[in-house]
Structures are given as structure tokens and as C-alpha cells.
Ligand binder design. Sequence first.
Ligand SMILES: [Zn+2]
Length: 209
Amino acid sequence: MTLRLIHSKVAPRTVERVADARLPTETGEFRIIGFRSLVSTEEFVVLAKGDLHSGQTSLVRIHSQCMTGDVFGSVKCDCGRQLQAAMRLIEEEGRGVIVYQQQEGRGIGIINKIRAYALQDEGADTIEANERLGFAADMRSYEQCAEILLDLGLRSVRVMSDNPAKIQTLRHAGLEVVERVRLEVEPHDFFAGYLKTKKEKMGHLVSVA
Ligand SMILES: [Zn+2]
């Protein structure tokens, strides 16, 4: 009876693992794993390292794609530095996962993000800019990222994130979040204002000088 009750709480699968390969990087040796959504056209890229089925608590990060920060090294935000810091921590620890969620610009897409940057050039902050373009401040959801972590065998995690919504989603999905790990990134004058907005308007747990 107990087993049946537990089983009945398992939600239907909404993602599937479709490819898995080695990925040597500047930071170290990882696996790169492709997942796709069974309910939309969304695809997810996962960087993973170490034995994820060991039952030990693992470092995880849900990293929302930021082409400008991750690829071009933009200092309008701290995304690129956070991604690098997360990879370094996982490499040092020898185990962990980054789910790279391809929802550019909090879900509005790269072209609209550039439009928002143009508004920011005229003085709007990141949230005002999105709202003036007709988008909600944040259009992302993280349920499938949590499902991916469970699929990979994780049960107990240390989350590298300042975003309470991500942590909440992981807990809700049944992952035990034992710790929130601060990613120490070098502050940069350019994104001080952006971090302040994230803290004051979006409830992120960022320390702002
Ligand atoms: Zn960014």
C-alpha cells in the first residue's frame, strides 16, 4: 500500500535523455548530455561529472542560457562568471551537474534581449526594459530541470544559485536541498546595478555592496 502511494505521486515523464558524450574543457573533463522535452520543442544540455548514483550529495546548478555573458564575456551581467565558477567547483569536487537551460534573456529570446539592452542604454533597468517590451520580468520555469536531475540519479543536492525560485522548484520535485552554495564571482562595476535590481526586484539572495 505504501509503495502504491509513493508510486502514485510520481509525475509522468516530460523529458528524455537522447545523447551522451565526453567533453574535455579548459576547466576539466566532463560529460555532455542532451535531453529533450516530450511536451515542447525545448532542449536541455547537461554538463556532468563523477558518479551521480552514489547517493552522495552533489553540487548542481541550473544555468539559464545567457549568450552575451556565457559566450561573449559581457559584463552587463554575472552569468558568464557564474557558469565558469560552477564548472570550477564541480571540477574541484569531482562530482556535480550543470543543467544548461536554453531560455535566453529570462525566456524572451536573444533578439528581444538585445531590444531590452537598447532600452537599458536609455536608462531602463532590466525589469523595466522587459516590461516595456510587453514581457513578464521572468518567464522561466524550472520543473523539467529538476526532472533531469532526478533522471540522472541525484536525490540530495547542494545548489549553486541565488535564485529562490530555482531552489523551491528542486525541493518541490522531491530533491533534498541540503545547502545553497554561494558562487563567488569577481564583482564588476558594470553589473553592480544589475545585481541590485535582481536583489531588490526579484528577491535574489545577492549581497550588494
Ligand atoms: Zn546574463
